[in-house]
Design a protein around this ligand. Structure first.
Ligand SMILES: Nc1nc2c(c(=O)[nH]1)N[C@H]1C(S)=C(S)[C@@H](COP(=O)(O)O)O[C@H]1N2
Ligand SMILES: [Mo]
Length: 497
């Protein structure tokens, strides 16, 4: 009978060999075929809304790292236990490893963005796991202790090299070099220059345009999809007179327009950070749809990403010339960053991102609401999701201590596609006072505001609320983000000294 430590170690080593072999093969057939990542992606897609919400609230952008680490811990523990149970006979260990392998196979099989070749990765995992386990189990028949050590070290090194090799191979196929090769995109109509008084960054608001590397990011992708411009195409089909396929060059060579647009995520809590602004360059979605010829009765523009994520936008919004819905390929003067959808994405002003902003978009199907249900709709989020009028206090920060006397409060407000009419502030339940507004760039973007108050030493609370150009004033009623966006007034507690 094997002693405890070697038994547990054998389980863990077999697991490592399995994951590494799968990752190596995935380096050839596509990184998402890596069984580990496929299981992670599957877990994300299966996660109920409440748990996803909890994860995003608790871990923010680290939610995926937490998921992957959690998976790793669980797998190591299970593998060690499987090893321990196999001290007398290898059967329990083989059953557990095979079980892992099958989960990996199912996860890869279920990925919408992978074809049958991808199954080679989890099959390699299964073979390497079972093989390594069976091999190491028989090591105790090797009489020579140092030879045993060499064999063990060999397994560890082999797993390490295979894993790293997979990582390197995956990197070689990435989209970065393709994006470099795109070069400068020159819109025929650039967005108007942002005037200096469009933000109050010196007073603590964000800058008007958000730098690409500071732009909020929300997606379900565990690894950023790598799509090379030369491999990309967009298929426009469904309830249209003629189906059209656009290649990257077809889009890039059209007269590009550029628009300044503030995007917002439906998961943005009151006071949250999932709101950013950029100059997007691309073509009018309405032009593409007109070329295809939309048939009567169509209601929904159902878009799919290369990673299988889907979104349903109201077709009327995509067609409305006053809204300026785009297929965007540029962001702030550069080709779209890979994590923001390179080579191409949708941007429809005024709608939350999950119904308007498909990244890595490859399919546009013109259809009805009944025919297709998009990713988040199936998971309990609303079908119609116009962005709700909101405002946020950026300075002072919550629980900040500031000098008593004149305190300057500054922040942002947005009501995309309607425009902000005024922002009011109230300190300690005093009267509402109107804030100074920044220059309006266009109604699809945020506006900045500031106002000064005289405050005595002690604790204070400041609240803001925006009124949009339709005359609607933000409701005080607190609503959570599910199903169609949070409501309520943002408030900040601070101390004056
Ligand atoms: N392929 C894909 N596109 C996507 C998503 C996604 O999960 N996958 N998330 C959407 C959501 S919820 C939002 S708010 C925006 C965010 O875009 P950004 O990451 O560029 O800020 O992208 C949208 N497009
Ligand atoms: Mo979102």
């Amino acid at each position: 009978m094997l002693s405890r430590w070697p038994a547990a170690l054998i389980g863990v080593l077999a697991l490592a060999a399995a994951l590494a072999a799968g990752h190596l093969v995935a380096g050839f057939v596509g990184v998402n075929a890596s069984p580990y990542l496929a299981v992670g992606n599957g877990a994300i897609d299966l996660t109920p809304v409440w748990l996803k919400d909890f994860a995003v609230r608790t871990f923010g952008t680290y939610d995926k790292l937490v998921l992957l680490s959690g998976m790793a811990v669980v797998m190591v523990v299970v593998a060690a236990v499987a090893g321990l149970l196999s001290r007398r006979t290898p059967v329990p260990g083989l059953v557990v490893i095979t079980g892992f392998g099958l989960v990996g196979l199912v996860a890869v099989y279920a990925r919408p963005d992978l074809d049958a070749v991808a199954l080679l990765a989890p099959l390699a995992s299964l073979a390497a796991g079972v093989g390594t386990f069976a091999f190491l189990r028989r090591l105790d028949v090797v009489p020579d202790r140092s030879r045993r050590t060499v064999l063990l070290a060999g397994v560890v090194a082999g797993a390490g090299i295979a894993g790293l090799g997979g990582q390197l191979l995956a990197g070689r196929r990435d989209a970065a070099s393709s994006r470099e090769a795109v070069g400068r995109l020159v819109p025929v109509r650039t967005a108007p220059t942002i005037p200096a008084d469009a933000d109050f960054a010196k007073l603590g608001t964000p800058t008007f345009l958000t730098r690409n590397d500071r732009f909020y990011r929300v997606d379900t992708a565990l690894t950023v999809p790598q799509v090379r411009a030369e491999d990309w195409s967009l298929r426009l089909y469904g309830m249209v007179d003629r189906e059209i396929r656009y290649r990257y060059g077809d889009i890039r060579n059209r007269p590009l327009v550029e628009r300044t647009i503030t995007m917002t995520c439906v998961s943005n809590e009151v006071g949250g950070t999932y709101v950013s602004t950029a100059n997007f360059a691309g073509v009018d979605l309405a032009d593409l749809l007109e070329e295809a010829g939309v048939r009567p009765g169509a209601e929904q523009l159902f878009s799919s990403s290369v990673d299988g994520w889907t979104s349903g936008s109201p077709l009327a919004a995509a067609l409305d010339p006053s809204r300026g819905a785009m297929l965007a390929i540029g962001m702030n003067g550069e080709p779209l960053p890979i994590e923001h959808g390179f080579p191409a994405r949708l941007v429809i002003p005024g709608l939350y991102g999950y119904v308007s902003a498909t990244k890595w978009v490859t399919d546009l199907e013109v259809t009805t609401w009944d025919a297709r249900q998009a990713y988040w709709l199936k998971r309990g989020w609303g079908r119609e999701a116009p962005i709700k009028t909101q405002s946020r206090i950026d300075t002072p920060k919550g629980f900040e201590t500031v000098p008593a006397g004149k305190v300057r409060v500054a922040g942002i407000a947005w009501a995309q596609h309607t425009g902000i009419a005024k922002v009011e502030l109230r300190v300690d339940n005093g009267p509402w006072r109107e804030a100074m507004l920044s220059h309006e760039v266009n109604p699809d973007t945020w506006r900045m505001w500031w106002l000064e108050f005289d405050v005595a030493p002690g604790g204070h609370q400041v609240v803001c609320r925006a009124t949009d150009k339709s005359g609607y004033t933000q409701t005080e009623m607190r609503a959570g983000t599910v199903p169609d966006g949070a409501t309520g007034w943002h408030s900040i507690a601070f101390t004056a000294r």
